[in-house]
Design a protein around this ligand. Structure first.
Ligand SMILES: C[S@@+](CC[C@H](N)C(=O)[O-])C[C@H]1O[C@@H](n2cnc3c(N)ncnc32)[C@H](O)[C@@H]1O
Length: 391
């Protein structure tokens, strides 16, 4: 196997189980690597650090799959990791037939995301190296899960970072355009072929459950960045009165309306508009709500974008606080690792001072249990939610 040496000092973080080696940290190879080659990572003195795969062109050059000398990367290792991921989900009480089965580094399979939607599997390769292992991954998933169909995709983002060709195709059985999944007492259409991410924001399941506990019968609720209406439907099911759900995506709203029909839910107003503009409209009309949910897309894909992202949050929070009734709740989320919980709290603190509204934090949430994160790798904890009572 190809050998890679890293700079003196880099071994410390790897021995502490941090699984990424950045391009400038590599000092030499036993021979010129190709994208996706399996490698042995060694310290400056030649000591063993781990087994991984390499993409010499990417900023994150090496992702380590095993820190144990006796645990080489082979088909058995991949199958074992997949089995462990499946076993872990079996013990969770997710109350849904849709969940994340493999959460990349969170399941010690960097570059691999597998989501299960009932009888259908969506596999996303996010790195060149994991894509090279697809012949080990896909047959194992079919054997272990016995799905009706498997859809494989490479996102535009992964393609730009890793140089993989962007794609989306059915690679096993049949996958219908829309699949119906269950989450608690609700059912949702998921558009696997055309939807955002792998089709549904599974990571917010716990947050939706938590928010239901905060709804009083008749509450007027605002679901900003609603996508296909998961928060809106859960709030309505918990007894909310008028619910307003806002998103710019026509496709997501179309599915949202179908979701409401599927669950025999009436009383959700679907608004196709930019949230920033819509909040200004609400403010001018002096409308206010008992519960306001702000679940935006990732405003910061890297650390250089954090400042701009925080300006966006500040603007959202300033107006959202104003449209929250006294005693009402505001829930705000960040799905970017770079925009931390501390950032959210700081921006909320500043905004509350500016609009002269006292705020009390009543809860916090993180990505749900099927998206485990690794202590040694803080990047794997990406989703945070703050729940504030606005006085
Ligand atoms: C993280 S998702 C929300 C997920 C949703 N809460 C759920 O549980 O399914 C973010 C959504 O924001 C929408 N979006 C992005 N920018 C927007 C904007 N400026 N105004 C309104 N919606 C926007 C996207 O179309 C996407 O549906």
């Amino acid at each position: 196997m190809l050998q890679v040496r890293v700079k003196p000092g880099v071994e410390d973080k790897i021995r502490g189980f941090f699984p990424w080696v950045y391009k400038p940290e590599v000092t030499g190879y036993s021979k010129q690597p190709k994208k996706g080659d399996l490698v042995v990572v060694r310290d400056a003195k030649g000591g063993f650090l781990g087994y991984g795969y390499i993409n010499p062109h990417a900023n994150i050059s090496i992702r380590i799959l095993s820190f144990k000398k006796e645990e080489e990367i082979n088909i058995e290792l991949i199958r074992r990791r997949l089995k462990e991921a499946i076993e872990y989900r079996k013990r969770l009480n997710l109350d849904s037939d849709a969940y994340r089965l493999v959460h990349s580094e969170g399941d010690f399979l960097p570059g691999l995301i597998v989501d299960l939607y009932g009888d259908y599997v969506v596999v996303e390769f996010t790195t060149y190296g994991m894509n090279r292992l697809r012949e080990w991954v896909l047959p194992a998933l079919v054997e272990f899960l016995k799905p009706k169909g498997v859809y494989e995709k490479v996102s535009e983002y992964a393609s730009s970072v890793e140089g993989l060709e962007q794609r989306g195709e059915v690679v096993y059985g049949h996958v219908p355009e829309e699949v119906v999944i269950r989450e608690g007492d609700l059912r949702f259409y998921v558009n696997i072929l055309e939807g955002q991410k792998t089709g549904f924001f599974l990571d917010q399941r716990r947050a939706r459950r938590l928010l239901r506990d905060m709804v009083k019968p008749g509450d007027e609720c605002l679901d900003l960045f609603c996508h296909t209406g998961a928060f809106a439907l859960h709030m309505k099911k918990a007894g909310a009165g008028r619910v307003t759900a806002v998103d710019t995506s026509k496709g997501a709203l179309r599915v949202g309306k179908k979701n409401a029909e599927l669950n025999h839910i009436r009383g959700i107003e679907w608004v196709e508009e930019d949230v920033f503009d819509f909040l200004r409209v609400l403010r001018r009309a002096r409308k206010s709500f008992d519960i306001v949910v702000i679940d935006p897309p990732s405003f910061a894909k890297n650390r250089f974008a954090v400042e701009g992202a925080l300006r966006g949050y500040k603007e959202l929070l300033l107006t959202s606080l104003k449209v929250t009734k006294p005693g009402g709740y505001l829930a705000v989320y960040s799905c970017s690792f770079h925009v931390t919980r501390e950032h959210l709290l700081q921006v909320l603190l500043e905004a509350s001072k500016d609009v002269k509204r006292q705020v009390r934090i009543v809860a916090e949430s993180f990505q749900d249990l099927d998206h485990p994160w690794v202590l040694q790798m803080p990047n794997t904890l990406y989703l945070k939610g703050i729940y504030a009572e606005v006085r």
